[in-house]
Design a protein around this ligand. Structure first.
Ligand SMILES: [Zn+2]
Length: 474
């Protein structure tokens, strides 16, 4: 037995983008000071009553539709009972027996479909911060609406797991359901992984991995665990059903608890909340409001812009990038040139800004103008980049910047002829060499003209004018 198949299932938790919490009116703002977004409801004081946030249900329905899930006609909540310092009520309001939605799928870039088993709503717990001398708790996160999205064990490699997460994140961001910022904890992922002999229909013993804080962490943890389990099986050891933690500093998984220590959560229906109907009206409203999903956008981009698959993948990686591209192309219909300038010099500039794309002022139309000026030889490469740098935050008028900086390219042969004659007079030796057949010397002469025009000349035109002038000396 040496040929194994890896079986992975992922449990993703995403915070829904609502202004207030799921069962109270406290703010969900991440930047507020610790324990300022709290009230008796989310802190679990006795006698308070939760009130279900309609917006959370709407966003959850939107996600379920985007993942092609069947949505149940009504939902009810259950209490998941456990004690932990980040959970002031000692229970979490969640969904257990019947989730909001079931049986969806996500199609990956390689074409394989990964099943989505269930999508359910719950409230987030607080955040524990372990400092050097004390452990602190922040209840701002307590009660933020959370959606748990559980995949079927259809994923076959660490790479595929990352592809699944990338696609899921893209969908959630496109439909405005979550910002999916892993650094802020608005997207978190646990993984189940087991191995089995190739061709075997039964699943092997699964191990759950927690505490992975980035896509890279998820990939590394799964690769480590795959190797560890394979080694154990080959040594004749039994895989134990357990929960392991990803130890990022030492790049390995470590045991957190075994199956025997697993919790019994004693679920029972939440008595303080009624059942909620998920009406046809709500579903239709959310369905009609769904924006174009990444997979549909991809199809359209292939047809409309004739770009390579790799290029399209880059553009679709962020909705703002895809939108910016489309608007720029609408202003200057050269998709490949727009793509090159957008993913090259433009992104370079954006990455250099403190606030990233949020601080970009340059509108797509003005960006398109820079690219157009470059393509029509009005600006050379260096000058176009300079204009871009001046306009990226300010969104100033492009022509104004060009005039102010004196960056307009000299393409007019009358203007350039004077410089060409000066250079021919000044460098008789290279001129003679060229005339005698050493054609590479032309580059040196072009360079001299460029220097005298302070880089503003169009090198292509300079070269052709030089060849012209030198041919008359032969
Ligand atoms: Zn509250």
């Amino acid at each position: 037995m040496s040929d194994f198949e890896t079986v992975i299932g992922l449990e993703v938790h995403v915070q829904l983008k609502t202004d207030s919490k799921i069962f109270c009116s406290c703010s969900t703002a991440f930047e507020n000071p610790p324990n300022s977004n709290i009230c008796p409801i989310c802190c679990g004081y006795p006698g308070v009553l939760p009130v279900f946030n309609k917006k959370a249900l709407e966003l959850a329905v939107r996600v379920s539709l985007a993942l092609d899930c069947a949505i149940n006609e009504y939902i009810y909540f259950e209490r998941k009972n456990y004690f932990y310092p980040d959970l002031p009520k000692n229970y979490q309001i969640s969904q257990y027996k019947q989730p909001l939605a079931e049986n969806g799928f996500i199609e990956l870039i390689n074409g394989s479909k990964i099943g989505v088993e269930r999508v359910h709503l719950e409230e987030d717990a607080g955040k524990l911060i372990h400092a050097a001398t004390a452990s602190l708790v922040d209840y701002n996160r307590t009660g933020i609406p959370l959606l748990e999205i559980v995949s079927r064990p259809d994923i076959r490699s660490a790479l595929e797991a990352v592809e699944y997460l990338t696609s899921l994140k893209q969908i959630l961001q496109y439909i405005g359901a979550s910002d999916c910022d892993m650094e802020k904890g608005s997207l978190r992922c646990d993984a189940n992984i087991s191995l089995r002999e190739k061709g075997d229909k039964n699943l092997g013993t699964k191990v759950e991995i927690k505490n992975m804080n980035s896509f890279k962490g998820i990939r590394d943890a799964l690769l480590f665990e795959e190797k560890r389990q394979k080694k154990s099986i080959l040594e004749g050891k039994k895989i134990l059903q357990e929960t392991r933690l990803w130890d990022v500093d030492n790049s390995k998984t470590i045991v957190m608890r075994s199956k025997e220590e697993a919790h019994d959560y004693r679920y029972f229906p939440e008595p303080d909340l009624l059942d909620f109907a998920v009406t046809e009206d709500l579903i239709n409203l959310e369905r009609s409001g769904l924006p174009e999903l990444p997979k549909d956008k991809k199809e359209r981009f292939i047809k409309q812009y004739c770009l390579a698959d790799g290029d399209i993948k880059v553009l679709l990686s962020a909705l703002w990038l895809a939108d910016f591209f489309e608007e720029a192309v609408a202003n200057f219909n050269q998709p490949k040139q727009i793509f090159n300038w957008l993913t090259g010099p433009f992104l370079e500039q954006v990455n250099g800004l403190d606030g990233g794309f949020k601080t970009v002022g340059l509108c797509p139309a003005k960006f398109a103008k820079i690219v157009e000026y470059f393509c029509s030889d009005k600006l050379n490469n260096l000058a176009a980049k300079k204009v871009l740098a001046k306009a990226i935050v300010s969104n100033r008028d492009i022509d104004e910047i060009i005039a102010e900086e004196g960056l307009a390219q000299m393409s007019d042969s009358d203007d350039l002829t004077e410089f060409i004659h000066l250079v021919i007079e000044e460098f008789p030796k290279p001129v003679e060499e060229y005339i005698l057949g050493k054609e590479t010397t032309i580059q040196f002469l072009v360079g001299q003209v460029m220097k005298r025009t302070k880089g503003k000349a169009n090198p292509k035109i300079v070269k052709s004018l030089l060849i012209d002038a030198l041919s008359k000396l032969k």
